[in-house]
Design a protein around this ligand. Structure first.
Ligand code: VG1
Ligand code: CO
Length: 543
């Protein structure tokens, strides 16, 4: 087959953020935009001839177009085989598993995750390495550098592959295998959890609702929850992936999954409510009448993970992102295992997982996962919850209460200010950074600043350093506020303010989170001048 060399010039702004390159679909539709980025990936990772590449996405608008481009480009760049999910579908955790299972050299995950989809919304491309996880910063930095100097991309002349039929096709000299996107992943879940026990729980009358938010987890949830575990048909709602997610934000939080939340707080609530995001790596867990914050979920899952067959006797350590609450730290301490604090983004967990230093990881943004893949995994978290509830025979609410009674409770909230003017957001952060040296000793109402810094992380495995990962203000009473700018948005800036306060087992364990965090909210405003900088008097999203 003839390899076609297409001359090109760089597109600006192709720096991958927290989780890949994310832009408006219209930006990706510019001639050569996706091609430049994909070629930059291939130029950096230089696949050995014949290597396998996995391609999949969350089914959002523009997914199929980029998949066809990427397949032809892979053929021209020397790959021997592409594995692609039927219909162009692979959830992020499923893609991670497929990369690992079939020994691929890497994968392209086409998704903008929790961001909305459709012609006027968002698209994204992320590269994952051979361990199945997001490329580390050294690789994403090299990809970005390459995008600034790229002058050609390579493709072959070939027809589109039929993505809707499982089977094999040739593109140039490269084999394309269209695979069932669900089977491998569902089989993996059966090896991790006690499905028999969960089936008994279901047979005993335990009910749940899983909201797939018209995104990628629908087919996975139908297969695993309804077919393999026996939950009643209709347990999974919004289970068909739509290109625009039905016009919603596929973000499983209390704002965008409000219907589920309202159901769970009402008289018709099933035993468990859960949801996942656009690409299937996030999870929302709500018991009847009880929302579990993602930070608490990480701690509760870690404390009980050894109940699940694949984790028996092997909790090696826990990792959490810096803004995630310290609830998991208390579990690690009690179990005598290390707890690592990483920057935001799953790419920072990869080395710890590969080295066997941690078994479970999590982020306050509704991401939880383990060493079974190298991505966070929404359905995995739901299944682990089910396994634990089945074996312990208690409700979500009772599990939470018993957890807090033993470890204490980290009251926690995140306030997001979305679509803020970028210059205003930058000015706020710059001022905060400049004020850091003078903050210790400052009094904000009942709080006194003990320590303030800009978080930097040294990877304990490869010793790489990631600086500037968010501003932390720690108070003498152990509470804290954290400030970061989002790295996944496509419009303006999003300011995230993370608020946390610990209550010991002897304290108030069932108080209102908003009330408990009043002093921290006021301190955040006083320290950062959010109203003054952004003109916003209240956050857009509170989770
Ligand atoms: C957000 C979350 C972060 C998560 C990332 C990707 O990043 O805060 O914890 O890893 O999204 O999640 P940021 O930079 O916007 O705060 V996903 O499910 O969008 O791939
Ligand atoms: Co996601």
């Amino acid at each position: 087959t003839r390899i076609v060399t297409v001359p090109t010039t760089p597109h600006e702004g192709q720096a991958p953020g927290t989780s890949g390159l994310r832009k408006k679909v219209r930006v990706f539709q510019q001639p050569g935009y996706a091609e430049n980025f994909i070629q930059s990936v291939f130029d950096v990772v230089t696949p050995t001839p014949g290597a396998t590449l996995v391609i999949g996405g969350d089914g959002r608008f523009h997914n199929r177009t980029v998949i066809q481009q990427a397949i032809r480009m892979a053929a021209a760049n020397g790959y021997g085989r592409v594995l692609v999910g039927q219909g162009g579908i692979l959830s992020t955790p499923a893609a991670s598993h497929v990369i690992r299972k079939y020994g691929a050299s890497g994968g392209l995950v086409l998704s903008a995750s929790h961001n909305p989809g459709g012609p006027d919304e968002d698209f994204g491309i992320k590269y994952n390495i051979a361990n199945g996880g997001p490329a580390p910063e050294s690789v994403t930095a090299a990809i970005h550098a390459r995008t600034t100097g790229i002058d050609r991309w390579l493709t072959v002349e070939a027809a589109d592959v039929d993505l809707d039929r499982v089977g094999e096709a040739m593109v140039g000299e490269m084999t394309v295998q269209v695979i069932d996107p669900v089977a491998d992943y569902a089989d993996l879940m059966e090896t991790l959890f006690d499905f028999d026990h969960i089936r008994k729980l279901v047979a005993s009358g335990f009910t749940m609702r899983f909201d797939a938010m018209s995104a990628v987890t629908g087919p996975y949830a139908h297969e695993i929850l309804e077919r393999r575990l026996g939950f009643a048909p209709g347990t999974v709602v919004n289970g068909t992936p739509l290109e625009d997610f039905g016009g919603h934000h596929p973000d499983p939080n209390l704002i965008y999954a409000k219907e589920l939340y309202d159901l769970m707080m009402g008289p018709q609530a099933p035993d468990l409510g859960a949801a996942s995001d656009g690409d299937g790596d996030r999870n929302l867990i709500i018991g009847r009448g009880r929302f579990i914050t993602p930070s608490d979920s990480l701690a509760m899952l870690a404390a009980n993970i050894e109940i699940a067959p694949a984790y028996r006797g092997r909790l090696a350590g826990i990792a959490r992102s810096m803004p995630t609450s310290g609830a998991a730290d208390r579990v690690a301490e009690a179990f005598g295992v290390p707890c690592y604090e990483t920057p935001t983004g799953w790419k920072f967990f990869g080395n710890l997982l590969d080295a066997g230093k941690v078994t479970i990881c999590g982020e306050e943004s509704a991401g939880t996962g383990s060493d079974h893949v190298r991505e966070k995994d929404g359905l995995w978290a739901v299944l682990l919850w089910l396994n634990i509830l089945a074996v312990r025979g208690i409700s979500v609410d009772d599990l939470a209460k018993s957890h807090w009674a033993r470890f204490g409770r980290n009251y926690y909230a995140r306030h997001d200010y979305e679509g803020v003017d970028k210059a205003d957001a930058d000015a706020l952060m710059a001022e905060l950074l400049a004020a850091l040296p003078s903050l210790p000793g400052t009094v904000f109402g009942p709080l006194v600043v003990a320590h303030a810094d800009s978080f930097a992380y040294t990877d304990p495995v490869d010793h790489s350093v990631s600086a500037n990962q968010g501003v932390r203000v720690l108070f003498e009473d152990g509470s804290r506020v954290v400030f970061r700018l989002s790295g996944t948005g496509t419009q303006g800036a999003t300011l995230r303010v993370y608020l946390e306060r610990y209550e010991a087992p002897s304290g108030h364990l069932d108080a209102d989170t908003g009330v408990m965090l009043e002093a921290q909210v006021a301190a955040a405003e006083a320290a950062a001048g959010i109203v003054r900088h952004t003109g916003r008097i209240a956050p857009d999203v509170v989770t």
